[in-house]
Design a protein around this ligand. Sequence first.
Ligand code: ZN
Length: 243
Amino acid sequence: MEPLVLDSKTRLLVLTGAGVSAESGVPTFRGMNGLWENHPVEAVASPQGFEANPGLVWRFYSQRRAGAADVKPNPGHDALVRWEEHLGDRFLLATQNVDGLHTKAGSRRVVDMHGNLFRTKCADCQRAPFADTSVHPSGTVPKCDSCGGRLRPDIVWFGEMLDPNDLARIGEFISRKDGTRLVFLAAGTSGAVWPAAGIVDEVRSVRGDTWLVNYESAANTERFHHFVQGMSGQVLPTLAKLV
Ligand SMILES: [Zn+2]
């Protein structure tokens, strides 16, 4: 297999999706068949669901916080840490996962595109999101110290926009002109859905190299220059040649 060469002339953008977390045992919406305790996932992961029943939403996220405390990064997460140590500022990791496993593994240059399970913000005022590992008793909704309103998980829910600052950080990395060649690698996500599908086209438009590492092939697999079929925890540790 052709190696992913990471040398001093390379900058690497990685996008990780649910597959990378699933390999650590994190439950995914897809694995749950769209249901949590017989509630459609939209009931616990959308602004409408929060308005209708914030206590249910907090029960769901409290359960996920408690569960995530026990899961560990896998060899795929660890490989990305080594790549970042090698590349420094020529590395950026965008993740769709909210479980914080990349940070737990030791990754530093992380864009949490879909938010972070261990951050909380206020639904009713503009205070900055803050780190929070609290698990709340069933049916309770934590209150904001600043305004007395309802706190909510700092997660990008169905129907919500991604943070423009996060998208700008990824866009700047793609368009950076420092003489390095751009490589994009998507892992544990279908290459055919947004944002992977959009990023691969954007990277190709600046003549970047593109890789997809996923258990399944996708409708647009041919849009990637390289496709490695397999689990990221098995593929990533031996994929790169650090020079
Ligand atoms: Zn508030």
